[in-house]
Design a protein around this ligand. Sequence first.
Ligand code: FES
Ligand code: FES
Length: 213
Amino acid sequence: MNNEENGEKTGQCRCVHGFTRRGFLTSVGVGAMAALATSGRLSAAQEGAVAERAAEKAVVITLTVNDRSHRLLVEPRWSLLYVLREQLGLTGAKVGCERGECGACTVLIDDLPRYACLTLAVEAEGRRITTLEGLMAGEELGPVQQAFVEEDAMQCGYCTPGQIMSVEGLLRARPQPDQAEIRQAVSGNLCRCGAYPHIVKAGLRAAELKAKR
Ligand code: FES
Ligand code: FES
């Protein structure tokens, strides 16, 4: 598929086009079953029956991610995090706890930071979703990303995408926050490496960089 077919010129993704039921059965909803099958807990017939039921429940939704529209075939139980990563290949949002405790999966929904692991993909239809990838301008880092680099606000880096999205959300609402507001904004993002002092500095620096741009 060339870029135009893939929708890069139109801002439209045709993810669901040509998506056959068989393709669905092959590519989705089957991951968990494969694990069960290899563990000997599902026979081939049972595996097929479960996949059939999953395909019957699948729905077509349109998600707007980073200003681009995607038509997708999803199961209603799938999280936004799963769809972003596994269907759209947007791996900026990280898989951490998957139960709303760590913040590694943070994205913006209508400019507000949200845990993508606790948001169903179907709930996000009609909303404006921004991921870490959406903060880039081509190859250029966005102001918050740049500030995290300048302030050395990471060690292992696993929490960093979520921290950046939380700071981005704060700055969209409060362009000139103080330190307390930045700490509050990232309070739902756990950093096991204890990089918080640098993260707060990065938040202040990001506000400066955004103001300059
Ligand atoms: S992965 Fe979503 S809060 Fe931890
Ligand atoms: S930099 Fe390692 S968890 Fe935050």
